[in-house]
Ligand binder design. Structure first.
Ligand code: FDA
Length: 392
């Protein structure tokens, strides 16, 4: 029977990074993945340039039933530590916006860095290999695989979440967790476009393709970034961010004139030129198609001079607080991440080891820790992988 010290299930960001750390400690490590290539999500991330971390990493930018769980790993292996690895590999990078760091060249440079580090440290990688049950075997484990059973002292589950099944996401890690008595926090798609009912969509039909710098609020969180109207509903970074905080049945609020005082603008325009069309004044704040839509929604038309103060106030209130009720999201098909997962109460925050199952570890997206858009999720993969890699 194949035998190793540490068997890492999943050759994504978290699994590869963890395996490197384990192998550098002189442990015999085997990484198994059912995909044909390792690090597929890294390859397609950040539009092919991989937004590999964020300078603004802070634990309150992660969603979890226990928001403090991620603190230990994030503090012990920081964004600066990962940047040092990227620098050491000679990969050029740049900051795009909001602390988001991308490769200058290609995301494949990060995949290559990880594979090179793994090979140099003596780690072994099996691709295209289906996984079966993970069973306790004395003090260790036996894992069924398409190449036969593998015996290991420790098993690290790094098989990610449910997002993008076409890319190999399987929910396998949740099943392993449950089989060993760990609890799960209900999973749902995160960082995902929101969809609307037919009637609302029909009313917004003319807006598909319009983008605006706005603010989207869902529950306790508000995000100042671009909002994009699509044929199915709303997308763009502000909407993706808000989607992680949105719950079915809730509404979201759009501020389409973020940072501006729409009422003061409309009043000033009216005082200056009463014959100016309302939509023209609105068009000074936002794209024309959106201006026309807001005008129609507010039931106000004609010249500014025709608008009583109450009408201008109504338009301005709509601009700053347009309430919309999504019916759903585009789901795991397009979601960048999976919210929920292995309950952090059942894991040790320092090592990521299951409290009740010595030798069994969970890292990366399979755990109930989900970051904001912008490099936060890869940093969680590196940090949690590193933490387990020191002890497994
Ligand atoms: P990941 O999903 O990366 O890896 C899991 C591995 O397990 C995969 O290789 C999979 O094949 C394997 N696996 C699953 N089930 C298996 C089974 N049953 N048997 C065997 N193997 C199995 N984040 C970020 O910080 N910056 C960014 O730029 C982006 N961009 C981005 C774009 C897109 C399109 C998506 C979908 C996601 C992102 N993300 C992101 C999120 C980021 O990709 C994600 O958080 C990490 O990849 C999670 O790393 P893990 O290693 O935990 O899972």
């Amino acid at each position: 029977m194949e035998n190793c010290d540490v068997l890492v299930l999943g050759a994504g960001a978290a699994g590869l990074f963890c395996a490197i750390e384990v192998a550098r400690r002189g442990r015999r490590v085997l990484v198994i993945d059912h995909a044909k290539a390792a690090g597929e999500k890294i390859r397609i991330s950040g539009g092919g340039r991989c937004n590999f971390t964020n300078t603004g990493i802070a634990h309150d930018r992660f969603l979890s039933q226990n928001p403090r769980f991620a603190l230990s790993a994030l503090k012990r292996f920081t964004q600066w530590d990962f940047i040092a690895r990227v620098d050491a590999a000679g990969i050029a990078w740049h900051e795009k916006t909001l602390g988001q760091l991308f490769c200058d060249g290609s995301a494949m440079q990060i995949v290559q860095m990880l594979l090179t580090d793994l090979a140099r440290a003596g780690g072994v990688l099996w691709l295209g290999t289906t996984l079966g049950d993970v069973r306790r075997d004395g003090a260790g484990f036996v894992v069924d695989t398409a190449r036969g059973p593998v015996q290991a002292a420790s098993v690290v589950v790094a098989t990610g979440g449910k997002s993008i099944p076409k890319m190999g996401a399987s929910g396998y890690g949740y099943r392993v967790a449950e089989a060993h008595g760990l609890r799960l926090v209900e999973t749902r798609p995160g960082l995902v476009p929101l969809t609307f009912a037919e009637q609302e969509l029909a009313a917004m039909a003319g807006l598909a393709g319009v983008a605006v710098q706005g603010r989207v609020t869902a529950g306790p969180a508000g995000f100042d970034e671009a909002v994009l109207f699509t044929h199915r509903g709303l997308s763009g970074p502000a909407v993706l961010q808000a989607s992680s905080y949105w719950r079915e049945g809730d509404s979201i609020t759009l501020d389409l004139a973020r940072g501006q005082d729409a009422l003061a603008h409309l009043r000033a325009a009216k005082a200056q030129n009463g014959r100016m069309a309302l939509r023209t004044a609105l068009g000074q704040l936002m794209p024309e198609r959106l201006a026309r839509h807001v005008e129609a929604l507010a039931g106000a038309q004609g010249n500014l001079a025709d608008q009583p103060q109450a009408a201008l106030a109504r338009v301005a209130a709509l601009l700053h607080g347009w309430e919309l009720r999504p019916v759903g999201s585009e789901g795991y098909r397009t979601a960048e991440v999976t919210l929920g997962g292995v309950n952090t109460d059942d894991l040790d925050a320092r090592s990521m080891q299951a409290r009740a199952v010595p030798g069994l570890y969970f890292i990366g997206e399979v755990v109930d820790v989900t970051g904001w858009l912008g490099g936060y999720n890869f940093q969680w993969a590196w940090s949690s992988g590193w933490a387990a890699g020191q002890v497994a």
